[in-house]
Design a protein around this ligand. Sequence first.
Ligand SMILES: Cc1cc2nc3c(=O)[nH]c(=O)nc-3n(C[C@H](O)[C@H](O)[C@H](O)COP(=O)(O)O)c2cc1C
Length: 342
Amino acid sequence: MSLLFTPYPLGNISLKNRVVMPPMCMYKAEEDGCVTLFHETHYGARAIGGVGLIIVEATAVEPRGRITDNDLGLWNDAQIEGHQKLVKIVHELGATMAIQLAHAGRKSICKSSIPVAPSPLLFSDTGGFKTPIALCNMEIEEIIIAFVEAAKRAHKAGYDVLELHGAHGYLLGEFLSPLTNVRTDRYGGSLENRCKLLIKVCEAILTAVPLPLIVRLSADEWMEGGWNINDSLYLSQKLHDIGVSMMHVSAGGNHAKQTLIPPLVPSYQTDYARSIKEKSAIPTIAVGLITTQEQGETLLKEGVCDLVAYGRELLRSPNMVQFFMKESGDKTSIEPAYARAF
Ligand SMILES: Cc1cc2nc3c(=O)[nH]c(=O)nc-3n(C[C@H](O)[C@H](O)[C@H](O)COP(=O)(O)O)c2cc1C
């Protein structure tokens, strides 16, 4: 029996299988941040293809929190309707729907805004980045509210699950690192202080919205003296204690010139997911250069993770899951309209 195709309980929801489409920005929105035909078709195709949990790409909680001017948003009520239609389409096609709520921090390259960050440190002098403004405590409170309001809108739109983007050097991830957060107030300095913003955002969302919450984290920032797996274990335990359902374990992205990147071999990041699952006792999603059924199956069998995310493989091959089903000899769940093709 293939573990990849067994259901998984997430809060009150049952995922039909363990295959996740991780969030991947498509930069296909107009400046209004609304869902377009592209998003409906793109996510609809992966739902027909058999993915269990689709996590919609990084969706900004305020305009200056977009990575680019073409990101999706949930910073105002007018954006809810498009998400509602998108969720309805994907639900009808059989997948569970999550959305990644995000703030780009200093990695925003939007034309009309100045980025904000824990500290005024430029990400890179190439690529259109600007030196960010350091947030004051009042603005930090406003950002917590922006996350909560976006989470409520996601709930109204019908999403089943929320994911918070704490990875890849975007705002919440920047706060975690001693290299990008050099504040001397209650949000900087000690590990406990640097984790405070992300934890506060989670607590506020969990109080306001009755949906399972996943947190995406870069388990290691691949820099001397930077955020590392021990810090991630500390944070994951804290998040588990306050009711976060699952950690989605990625790595890197906080620096333009990372010096300790490991060899990029298949499943290269999955040991981080294993450590977090084992030591912080919170379920995990593994991600990163996982492309085959066998790799996913092995990760589940070895207890590395509870769910397996396939990113670029699903961009290449929307019907990946159905190929996997054919390989495993279990063709009963293949979309009947496509059955003659497998
Ligand atoms: C086109 C593209 C867009 C991405 N956008 C996001 C994003 O919105 N949020 C995020 O957390 N990660 C994002 N990522 C990272 C992926 O979710 C994933 O972690 C990464 O591609 C590694 O997995 P893979 O080797 O299976 O592709 C993106 C990756 C790609 C290729």
